[in-house]
Structures are given as C-alpha cells and as structure tokens.
Design a protein around this ligand. Structure first.
Ligand code: C2E
Ligand code: CA
Ligand code: CA
Ligand code: CA
Length: 279
C-alpha cells in the first residue's frame, strides 16, 4: 500500500508538472492568438417558450491553434484572465458581435439580442461602460441588442461598484443577466440591488431535472423568485424535450441548449435565423 501511495504521488506530481507546463504554453500562445486571427465566435440560439421563436443567441469564443487544434474556453479563459489578455479579447468579442449584428440587419435577417460573456477583470475596468458604448456606437448597433452576461462571482467581487456599473449599463439600454445562477454566493439583497433583467439558471440544475426532486425544487424556486422580482429566466443546458416541458410548465421564459441548437458558426447561424423566423 505504501508503495502504491508513493507511486500515485509520483504520478500526481508528474501530472501537476505537465498541467502547469501546458498552462504556461497556452498562456504564452494566447498573446499571439488575436493578431494571428486564431479566434472566432460561435452563436448558440435561444428559444422563447412563450413565442416559440428564436429570441437571441449567446456568443461563445473559440480558439483554434494551428498546432494544438481547438482549445476549450473553459481552459483558456481562466488563463487569459490571469495574464490580463481577457480585457483585449473581451473587447474583440464585443466588436465582432456588433459588426456581425450590423451585417445581419443589412442582410434583412431578423433582429435578435446577442449575449456576450464578460469576465471579472473586464467588468471591473475603470471606464467599462464608456468603452462598451463606444464600440457599439461605432458599429452602428443599438445597446438594446446586446446582453451582458455576468457571473455572480464577477458581480460580487465588489458589489458596490458592480451595482453602479450594472445600473449604468441598464441606463445605456444594455440588457444584463446573471450567468450560472445558483452556483455562486447570491444573496437576496444583492439580487434586489442589482438591476439585472434576467437570471440564467445554471445547467447543473437542469441536467437531472426530470428525475431529481431537489433540482426541481431549486429551479421552481428560482423561477418564482425571479418573477417576484420582475426578472425573467432562461435555462441553459437543455438537452431533452422532457426538460423543456418541465421548465415551460414552471413558467421559465427561455431555454438554451443542444435540444434547440448547438453553438453554430456564423454561416450556419444565418441559415438557422432564416429558417427559424418568428413561429
Ligand atoms: P457559459 O457562459 O456557462 O456557457 C455555456 C456553456 O455550455 C458553453 O460551453 C456551451 O457550449 C455549453 N452548452 C450549451 N448548451 C449545452 C447543452 O445542452 N449541454 C451541455 N452539456 N453544454 C451546453 P463553452 O462554449 O465551452 O464555454 C465554456 C465557458 O467559457 C462559458 O460558460 C464561459 O464561462 C466561457 N466563455 C466562452 N466564451 C467566452 C467569452 O467570449 N468571454 C468570456 N469571458 N468567457 C467565455
Ligand atoms: Ca454565459
Ligand atoms: Ca452559463
Ligand atoms: Ca458556466
């Protein structure tokens, strides 16, 4: 047993080393990813359960490295957050989305809201609202077509400042939603103070919702609470008809997940938009 323990420790240490080596390599490679055009966005459609039509999409970042292939945002976003590149990357995402939306409008495609993810470092930038507004304005897109997704952790890093920033974003006409809702340390008083429009119920609660009575209770409570606070709800990670039916019965307004569509590259998304117009 002792021998085993030592072996598994050695194995663990080796894994750690490989892990941090990869992190270092990825972190360094990120520095050139923007200028070398290695990023692109995919768009995941969001379905309104009340209109039975597409209402929006979430823009999700993809990194295609010439040698290493596709690298998951779950892996590289934290690294970009650590080395500070996330601020530049985040602005690129916004610029890309705004330009894309302008193009879709001029092509006569239906107008939809595109949600983008904002990381902690970007959100707590000095003049965030001004910077975002400028990018949107330059592209000729209305703020009401942009939704800012924040996690609870991001908002609660400095609740005082976050509350003001969210208010300012709302005032400019942006939509604001709380991502991964239920997984953080949300306190009811913050929810009251943050002028967010939407709660995005985390996919971990949706996964087993058809069979797990605890998940059912939590999701039902989140939807009811959101409605009492005059906020809407979207459930993410919806993969089956049964999950959809449960959410619809509880009054959840929107869903996002593989059941409706996987994240799509621009060309695919345009086809989706054309074939899934209202009703
Ligand atoms: P997130 O914001 O919670 O995004 C939802 C994730 O769930 C996405 O993973 C999406 O592809 C995946 N997903 C969607 N529908 C389903 C489903 O039905 N089943 C399952 N199992 N998964 C589903 P993705 O694209 O790998 O992104 C991972 C995370 O990386 C995101 O989580 C977000 O936190 C971060 N991220 C992605 N793009 C950006 C970005 O542009 N900026 C920032 N700051 N973060 C980003
Ligand atoms: Ca998100
Ligand atoms: Ca999420
Ligand atoms: Ca997440």
């Amino acid at each position: 047993a002792k021998q085993d323990g030592r072996n598994s420790f050695r194995f663990f240490a080796q894994e750690m080393q490989e892990h941090s080596l990869r992190s270092l390599q990825l972190s360094a490679a990120l520095k050139d990813a923007l200028s070398n055009d290695q990023f692109h966005l995919v768009y995941q459609p969001q379905l309104s359960l009340t209109d039975n039509a597409i209402v929006g999409a979430e823009a999700l970042l993809r990194w295609e490295h010439p040698e290493w292939g596709a690298i998951s945002p779950a892996e590289f976003i934290p690294l970009a957050e650590q080395n500070g590149l996330i601020v530049k990357i985040g602005e690129w995402v916004l610029q890309q989305v705004a330009t894309q939306q302008k193009q879709w409008l001029s092509k006569g495609l239906p107008e939809i809201i595109v949600a983008i993810n904002i990381s902690a470092l970007q959100f707590h930038q000095q003049n965030l609202v001004e910077r975002i507004s400028n990018i949107i304005q330059e592209a000729g897109v209305s703020p009401s077509n942009i939704e800012i997704e924040l996690t609870e952790a991001v908002a609660l890093k400095d609740p005082e400042v976050a509350g003001k920033t969210i208010d300012a974003l709302s005032q400019q006409g942006f939509k604001v939603s709380i991502d991964d809702f239920g997984t953080g340390y949300s306190s009811m008083s913050y929810l009251k103070r943050f002028a967010v429009h939407k709660l995005k119920i985390d996919q971990s609660f949706i996964k087993d919702i058809v069979t797990d009575i605890d998940d059912q209770a939590i999701v039902t409570a989140i939807i009811q609470m959101a409605h009492s606070l005059h906020k809407t709800t979207i459930a993410e990670g919806v993969e089956t008809q049964e999950q959809l039916e449960f959410l619809k019965e509880k009054g959840c307004e929107e869903i996002q997940g593989y059941w409706y569509s996987r994240p799509l590259v621009t060309e695919q998304f345009e086809v989706f938009l054309t074939t899934n117009k209202s009703n």
